[in-house]
Design a protein around this ligand. Structure first.
Ligand code: NOJ
Length: 737
């Protein structure tokens, strides 16, 4: 088997891997990312920004803290626009959504895989490259700011926007976000991280009051933001729609001032989500620096702020601070002196290849009975490919976290697919992405002498119409006369159309029946899941192999085929728990009803911490993922350093027959009341050839051993505890104290 080694090259040169987990209020705990690259150092940028503010008139300042809404009229098709001050050399600033690619409404963009997939790669370098690659397109399109850094945690596994976040663990999410941020800003594009904070569900997203105690906030929900803010210095933090403990996030002074600006020393700007501002003086005095308006009720208009200054409810010093923060960010990132011009040429072929590479690193092999995968083309004469429009398209996530004008084919009218009707099909709600090389074609290319046949939803119907009994029978009949049956199932989700009712495959309905029927017809049935959320799999025991492909992006056809045929050895690990039943999840509540004002009553026991604390067996646990090779672990040593850090060392060996990459994970059981059994405190992704042994050393900083002590409103270092090293949160291979 020929295995593609990407991005192994960088790791191969390293003999000893040293990973530093994040931690408290020092550069020791959250050291800057390796490549933080700023056009100017902080002190110089502050001086320049300060001097510019002193030269600005009041009206110039007022225009600088309020973005005009006009999704369609923002230059370049962006989401917001701040007018510059030409006489002072301050350029215009255009911003655009960028979760999985540019959200420009008027310019073609590459659709990359969803960011939950990037988290599943557990590859920091990949996350940095992801942020960089998207930023390159943004700059060419004329955007100086990308809004793509979503990192609300997967408390609600049914949440509509899970695909554009980074999973359920704060360290994994924070580290991956820091890298992405850094990659973006290395290209002179300001990065935004969002949505700050407590915005873990779509239900009642504009009006919900998230009730989260301070310890849970600090240890879980704020931590990814803290890590990214300290390590990568994003230019902007976007406050969220919801209230947090009774006060709107965008006027919550505890959140924006006490924590973000004072405790964490954040020097950038706070921008509101679109329409998330609810007051003028309150919001400004709480720490909001810029309003993004949605055209109706607006609070930081020049007139409103001028009036607040006149009546003394906002000080001119605070207005200067708001403006200075934005100028500082523009200067530091290089946008001020080198603003993007737009109209550039994008290397779409290169971006497509990168999108494919990201997907190849993101896919998670969940089941592989008797090594059914990888497939060997030589032994297959007839291959059945079934379902999810695998002959033409892949699913992507809906809402602002999507590209709007994909280079592979427009979404509008279902992207040129022959779905027959465009009902419910479009970039926001049902975004099927047309592929240049669809999955069926990519499979055919790898198995040129096999007959590859497709069965599934007719393109003459709505793309989400239920599978009929007749279609299911046809698919089963095709499977019965084939050597292997590959079934694709899809779970659409997105922003603003609520959370999923259940983790069951529901849209189109009858997908479970389709899988069951195919599996009864052919014991060699492989299921590939396209989803942004965990999925229930009542058919898990009836099929031979399962691959989670997330929302695969425009390189998805080739990437999926490469994994199925072993040109790429899968190395992804789940960033989110896959439960057996909806009822097992911490937020199921009374018959799955949603809370309009969610109380985070499970406190620290969220994600895998919940399953561990309650002793509930998940279907596939956090951190889980198989490979076509096998890794063994040995030789754990835990050394305490005088500075409080732990050096955790061990050896991993690839004792299989093909090259592959493993993600050894370090968990810590912190002996303190209320703590869950284990928390992730570090990991590394190591690529190894067959027979190769790697020594891995992971540094666990004091913060990752600490708890938030509410009695003194600060971090408390907790000595001792048990160190676990595993291939997942439950597949613990080594243990020490
Ligand atoms: C609302 C979304 O919540 C946010 O993530 C996005 O950046 C803005 N709309 C702009 O499109």
């Amino acid at each position: 088997m020929q295995i593609k080694l990407w991005p192994v090259v960088a790791l191969a040169a390293t003999v000893c891997v040293v990973a530093r987990a994040g931690a408290p209020d020092s550069s020791f705990d959250f050291p800057p990312t390796a490549t933080v690259m700023n056009a100017f150092d902080s002190a110089t940028a502050h001086r320049r920004a300060h001097s510019l503010v002193s030269k600005m008139t009041l009206s110039e300042k007022l225009q600088f803290i309020h973005s005009e809404y006009a999704m369609s009229s923002v230059p370049g098709g962006g989401a917001g626009y701040i007018q510059g001050v030409p006489r002072l050399g301050i350029p215009d600033l255009n911003m655009v959504d960028s979760s999985t690619g540019s959200g420009s409404t008027s310019q073609p963009s590459t659709t990359f895989p969803s960011t939950i997939g990037v988290a599943a790669s557990w590859d920091r370098g990949l996350s940095s490259a992801f942020g960089k690659r998207i930023a390159i397109e943004l700059r060419e399109q004329g955007f100086g700011m990308g809004l793509g850094g979503g990192t609300n945690l997967a408390r609600e596994p049914r949440a509509g926007r899970l695909f554009e976040f980074l999973g359920e663990d704060p360290l994994l999410a924070g580290q991956m976000l820091a890298e992405r941020t850094d990659g973006t800003q290395s290209q002179k594009v300001i990065a935004t991280i969002k949505h700050f904070a407590g915005n873990e569900q779509e239900y009642n997203r504009m009006g919900g009051n998230s009730q989260i105690d301070e310890r849970t906030l600090r240890e879980i929900y704020l931590l990814p933001f803290e890590i990214a803010a300290k390590r990568a210095q994003p230019g902007s933090v976007m406050c969220s729609y919801n209230e947090l403990n009774g006060t709107y996030a965008c006027e919550n002074s505890h959140l924006l001032s006490d924590v973000l600006k004072n405790d964490w020393h954040f020097e950038g700007q706070v921008q509101s989500d679109w329409g998330a501002t609810h007051s003028t003086a309150n919001a400004i005095n709480a720490g909001l620096d810029e309003e993004e308006d949605v055209g109706s009720t607006v609070y930081l208009t020049p007139a409103a702020v001028q009036q607040a200054i006149a009546n003394g409810s906002v000080s001119t010093a605070r207005l200067d601070d708001m403006v200075e923060r934005k100028l500082y960010v523009m200067i530091r990132t290089g946008v001020m002196d080198n603003p993007p011009k737009g109209g550039g040429t994008i290397d779409f072929a290169g971006a497509n290849a990168f999108a494919q590479a990201v997907e190849e690193q993101s896919m998670v092999l969940l089941k592989n009975d008797s090594n059914q995968l990888p497939l060997s083309a030589a032994s297959l004469s007839r291959i059945a490919v079934i379902g999810a429009h695998a002959d033409a398209a892949v699913l992507t996530g809906g809402g602002s976290g999507n590209t709007r004008d994909p280079v592979t084919g427009a979404f509008a009218g279902c992207g040129g697919l022959t779905f027959g009707t465009s009902t419910g099909c479009g970039w926001w709600t049902n975004p099927w992405l047309k592929l240049n090389t669809p999955i069926v074609a990519a499979i055919q290319a790898l198995a040129p002498s096999a007959q590859v046949s497709f069965a599934g939803n007719s393109d003459q119907q709505s793309p989400f119409s239920a599978y009929t009994q007749q279609q299911i029978q046809q698919a089963a009949a095709l499977a019965a006369r084939s050597d292997v049956a590959i079934v694709f199932v899809a779970q659409p989700a997105g922003e603003d159309f609520g959370d999923l009712q259940s983790l069951e495959l529901a849209n189109p309905s009858n997908q479970d029946a389709l899988v069951e029927a195919v599996a009864s017809a052919n014991p060699r049935t492989i299921v590939v899941v396209e989803s942004g959320n965990p999925v229930l799999m009542p058919w898990k025991d009836s099929v031979a192999a399962i691959v989670e492909a997330w929302y695969p992006g425009e390189g998805g056809g080739n990437a999926i085929a490469n994994v199925l045929f072993g040109k790429v050895n899968p190395s992804g690990k789940l960033p989110v728990t896959f439960p057996v039943h909806d009822q097992d999840t911490p937020t199921w509540g009374q018959n799955g009803t949603y809370e309009a004002n969610p109380v985070y009553a499970e406190k620290l026991d969220m994600g895998y911490r919940w399953y561990d604390a309650k002793n509930i067996a998940p279907m596939f646990e956090f951190g889980y993922g198989l490979s076509y090779t096998h890794f063994s672990y040995s030789g754990l040593s835990v050394a305490h350093r005088p500075d409080g850090a732990l050096d955790v060392s061990f050896t991993v060996r690839n004792d299989g027959r093909v090259a592959g990459a493993e993600v050894p994970q370090v968990y810590l059981g912190v002996p303190y009341s209320g703590e869950p059994p284990r928390r992730l405190v570090g990991w590394e992704k190591v690529a190894m050839n067959p027979g190769e042994t790697r020594h891995v050393r992971i540094t666990v900083t004091p913060r990752m051993q600490s708890v938030w002590d509410t009695s003194r409103n600060g971090w408390r270092y907790v000595a001792g505890g048990t160190v676990y090293v595993g291939a997942s949160s439950r597949d613990i291979r080594l243990q020490g104290s």
